[in-house]
Write a protein that binds this ligand. Structure first.
Ligand SMILES: [Zn+2]
Length: 68
């Protein structure tokens, strides 16, 4: 009987864990999602994961890398 209760609790915990894991996954996958960086060429603010890093400077697009 105790084993059955433990099994039910385990299932609930697993379901809970799966539901909770789904949401933060996106965040932990990409660290500092909301961090904005300024494009060195045009000054446009771009999300750090979308910005292009070139020579220690961030650029919003390949066009801006060509400008500098
Ligand atoms: Zn730019």
């Amino acid at each position: 009987m105790v084993l059955k209760i433990l099994l039910i609790i385990a299932v609930i915990v697993i379901i809970y864990f799966v539901f909770f894991k789904k949401k933060p996954l996106k965040k932990s996958d990409r660290s500092d999602v909301n961090e904005m960086v300024e494009c060195s060429a045009c000054g446009t603010y771009t999300q750090v994961d979308e910005a292009i890093l070139s020579g220690n400077k961030y650029y919003c697009s390949n066009e801006c890398i060509g400008k500098v």
